[in-house]
Ligand binder design. Structure first.
Ligand code: ADP
Length: 234
């Protein structure tokens, strides 16, 4: 049986990470967050980490070659055998083209854009806290930890990401519009694309997302039989 491959697109703060974590629990396939992996590379002071650090802190994109290599390596691991959820990758058309070579003909493949309006997500990002250890996400507006400043899951001190400040967020929005918006066009005609409204509460967004995936599975809508890159991602 082929892998379940889910790509989540959406503005910073649209809820990709929150949804990816929930779907991961439900489908039992891992979340692959390029943002989390890059932050880990920075903490470990690796060559990739050194290349990424300044760019990330400034709200800029990390070079395609770096993220392409990190993802290609990650999806070879045993836990991705049944599938995986990509959160934050691909983010450019060049990355999508690169990733298309990683897809297999029997993969069940979906691209979901969680839509959001910039004013709404700005408030979410400014209120966002994350656990640097287990990467759990909290929010002073909507998901308050039981003890202020402490991760419910692992007890670590929560941090506010250095790029979750107004000017860096604006910079990230600009990059999203310029580089990731074209990806929607790239995937739109694939027959595997769906836009979902990211404004309702998280559990409602999950419901819609799962309906989309389950509905597709129930209809027995199989992916293209040859490389999807050639057939359906024009
Ligand atoms: P967000 O989606 O909220 O901006 P992430 O944690 O997914 O946050 O990513 C944080 C940063 O990591 C991005 O602003 C960018 O610098 C870098 N990054 C993550 N994924 C990619 C990618 N696919 N291509 C280039 N840069 C990336």
């Amino acid at each position: 049986m082929g892998r379940t491959v889910l790509i989540l697109l959406g503005y910073p703060g649209a809820g990709k990470g929150t949804q990816a974590k929930e779907i991961m629990r439900r489908l039992n396939i891992p979340q692959i967050s390029t943002g989390d992996m890059l932050r880990e590379e920075i903490q470990r002071k690796t060559t990739y980490g050194k290349q990424a650090e300044e760019l990330m802190a400034a709200g800029k994109f990390v070079p395609d070659a770096v993220v392409d290599a990190i993802v290609a390596g990650r999806i070879q691991r045993a836990d991705c055998r049944r599938g995986f959820i990509l959160d934050g990758y691909p983010r450019t058309v060049a990355q999508a083209e690169h990733f298309s070579h990683e897809l297999k003909s029997d993969d069940r493949f979906w691209v979901i854009e969680i839509s959001a309006d910039p004013d709404h997500v700005m408030a979410r990002l400014i209120g966002r806290l994350m656990c640097p250890k287990c990467m759990e996400i909290y929010n002073v507006l909507s998901r308050v930890p039981k003890t202020p400043g402490v991760c419910d899951k692992c007890g670590s001190a929560l941090v506010h990401r250095p790029d979750d400040v107004m000017d860096k967020i604006q910079e990230r929005f600009v990059h999203y519009r310029a580089k990731t918006d074209p990806l929607v066009e790239y995937y739109k005609n694939s027959g595997r694309f769906r836009q979902i409204d990211g404004r309702p509460p998280a559990h409602e967004v999950t419901r819609q997302l799962m309906n989309f995936i389950d509905g597709e599975e129930m209809e027995g809508d199989m992916p293209p039989t040859t490389n999807p890159r050639k057939e359906s991602i024009a």
